[in-house]
Design a protein around this ligand. Structure first.
Ligand code: ATP
Ligand code: MG
Length: 569
């Protein structure tokens, strides 16, 4: 492939809307081009990298025994209504009508569609287990599409679905995918870690996300040396019983203190000269229409996902000011558990806490010397906080670290959620009808491609691993107007191509500096320089993108092919 014949546009300037390095680099290297918010064209270079990621995914899925299918993106509303997700997906789902006014969804995922396919084919236990997958475009009306392909409205996803006769068999299907994912990400040159995850909208029993650790990641992960790793949505901590307040000390009677205008924990702790951990933070929520209070230590935030699970409700939101006032009899900022008129749920670390300062349920008033056991009625103590750096690992007791991660893959054990709702059944060998057990497994293919760049770049550009690079080798022909130089470059190109190595020859009449800058920006793993001057001195230059200049090798043209192969290995 010749550069002058190829659609490449590199840019010196960062795009104005790009916040993270990988997004900037993808646009500058000419991999993608923005069409509108969250919508991108994959240019030839980007398309090549995307197809390589796809191919790795495909090979590992096939190897794990999954079978490739393709289902429609445009899916009839009826299927989504069967599971109840036509409503519950909310505004995240793009909905369209055909000319006869029939409703359709642009698939954001495909559990319903695949259950429909499989229930129409599988009737006997003999046909199970069965895992199918597709690599297909997905659509989500994200609230904030951003970071390029990381969170776009249209993206390429590999989604696989397993169907099994029992929970144990489903565990085996889950593990097969789990292990395949490890191989996929390793082959893409990514350091991706599996972390325990919440099951979100899809529901089901248990799940892991695969995260690429990077500062630009949108998710927080609690990780411990012992191997425990969990998304902050789900991460637990070990409570030792003395996290907050003065558990061990007897406290006197409750004292009212005037705290004018001190509403937030920060304001009140400054006002009183006490540590935030000495306070109880009380939030008013409306859960499925009922008002409740949630108490956590002053230096922690409520984990609303945990609270939602504890209450077993569909909807949970912070109460509007009017409801807060009605519930507490005070302005927003002074809610507390003492004398509460609605059920109070509190974080486990508050069990036994004494000497606490809490909101007084009276405007501009806080209460001191609160002994939670003595002075409050707590409906239930449970783990309700977002874990913080240094919190104790629930598995081994050592302190955990909080890291940032990009979710590139997700494996769920769904159980019977969809097969119950949609009658995905089979007959056992005793001809008894049973519901199939399902699992679902997603990889964000386009997000994975960008995650590679986020994890592998320097100030000059992308550093592709050979496995997913758009071209593995760039040959810089510095004297494309000289027949003898071009002959060497072209011969090398032909040899590499016939060995199945992707190569592009930069045959532009640009200054070497410009050509090298572009090569570094796009990030071809190996750069070969062929020029009249070099050849006169007996050689071509070979340099790996991930090594510096001092490691450049100069070899005779006849040895170049082997040297390039070695550099790629
Ligand atoms: P997120 O939490 O990042 O919104 P999700 O948990 O909603 O993602 P899943 O339903 O698990 O996503 O989808 C499977 C995979 O698809 C994700 O692991 C992610 O890699 C990818 N993905 C999801 N949403 C997007 C998006 N808007 N743009 C690009 N990739 C996405
Ligand atoms: Mg997910």
């Amino acid at each position: 492939m010749k550069w002058t014949k190829y659609l490449i546009q590199t840019l010196r300037e960062n795009p104005g809307d790009a916040e993270i390095d990988s997004h900037k680099l993808m646009v500058r290297a000419g991999l993608i081009k923005k069409m509108a918010g969250g919508l991108y064209t994959y240019l030839p270079l980007g398309m090549r990298a995307l197809r390589k990621v796809q191919q790795i995914v495909r090979e590992e899925m096939d190897r794990a025994g999954a079978q490739e299918i393709v289902m429609p993106i445009l899916q009839p509303a009826e299927l989504w209504k069967e599971s109840g997700r036509w409503e519950s997906m909310g505004p995240n789902m793009f909905k369209v009508k055909d000319r006869a006014s029939h409703d359709y969804a642009l698939a954001p995922t495909a559990e319903e569609a695949v259950t429909d396919v499989i229930r129409g084919i599988v009737s006997s236990y003999r046909q199970l287990p069965c895992t199918v997958y597709q690599i297909q475009w997905k659509f989500r009306d994200e609230i904030r599409p951003r970071f390029g392909l990381m969170r776009s409205k249209e993206f390429l996803m590999k989604d696989a679905y397993s169907f099994d006769v029992s929970m144990e068999a489903a565990d085996a299907s889950y593990m097969a995918m789990f292990n395949a994912y490890k191989k996929v990400f390793a082959r893409c040159g990514l350091n991706a870690v599996p972390v325990e995850a919440d099951t979100g909208d899809i529901g089901g029993k248990f799940s892991h996300e695969f995260h690429v650790l990077a500062d630009a990641g949108e998710d927080g992960i609690a990780a411990c040396e012992c191997g425990y790793a969990a998304n902050l949505e789900k991460a637990e901590r070990k409570v030792q019983g003395a996290e907050c307040g003065v558990h061990a000390v007897e406290c006197g009677e409750i004292e009212k203190i005037s705290t004018p205008n001190a509403k937030t924990i920060e304001e009140i702790s400054k006002f009183m000269g006490e540590e935030p951990s000495q306070f109880v933070k009380t939030l008013v929520y409306v859960a499925d229409g009922k008002t409740i209070l949630c108490c956590v230590p002053g230096d922690y935030e409520v984990n609303e996902i945990k609270l939602k699970h504890l209450l077993d409700v569909k909807s949970l939101e912070l109460a509007a000011p009017a409801i807060v006032e009605e519930t507490t009899g005070a302005a927003v900022g002074f809610a507390g558990p003492v004398g509460a008129k609605v059920p109070v749920y509190a974080d486990s670390s508050l069990e036994g806490a004494k000497g606490m300062i809490v909101g007084g349920n009276e405007t501009d008033v806080h209460l001191k010397n609160v002994d939670l056991a003595r002075d409050t009625k707590i409906e239930k103590f449970a783990d309700l906080v977002i874990v913080r750096d240094g919190d104790i690992c629930p598995k081994c007791g050592r302190p955990m670290k909080i890291k940032r991660g990009i979710e590139v893959g997700h494996v769920f054990k769904l159980g019977r959620k969809y097969t119950d709702a949609m009658k995905g059944v089979y007959k056992t060998n005793e001809l008894k009808e049973e519901t199939m057990i399902m699992g679902c497994y997603g990889i964000g293919v386009s997000r994975t491609m960008q995650a590679v760049i986020e994890q592998r770049h320097d100030k000059d550009g992308i550093i592709w691993p050979a496995s997913v690079a758009p071209f593995q080798v760039v040959i810089e022909n510095l004297d494309a107007d000289k027949a003898e130089v071009t002959a060497v470059a072209d011969e090398l190109e032909a040899k590499l191509e016939s060995a199945g190595i992707d190569v592009i020859v930069d045959d532009r009449a640009e200054r070497p500096g410009v050509k090298f800058k572009d090569a570094d920006l796009i990030g071809f793993p190996v750069r070969v320089v062929v020029g009249a001057k070099g050849l006169a001195n007996g050689g071509v230059e070979i340099k790996r993108r991930d090594q510096d200049k001092s490691q450049t090798k100069i070899v005779a043209p006849a040895d170049a092919f082997e040297a390039i192969k070695a550099a790629l290995a």
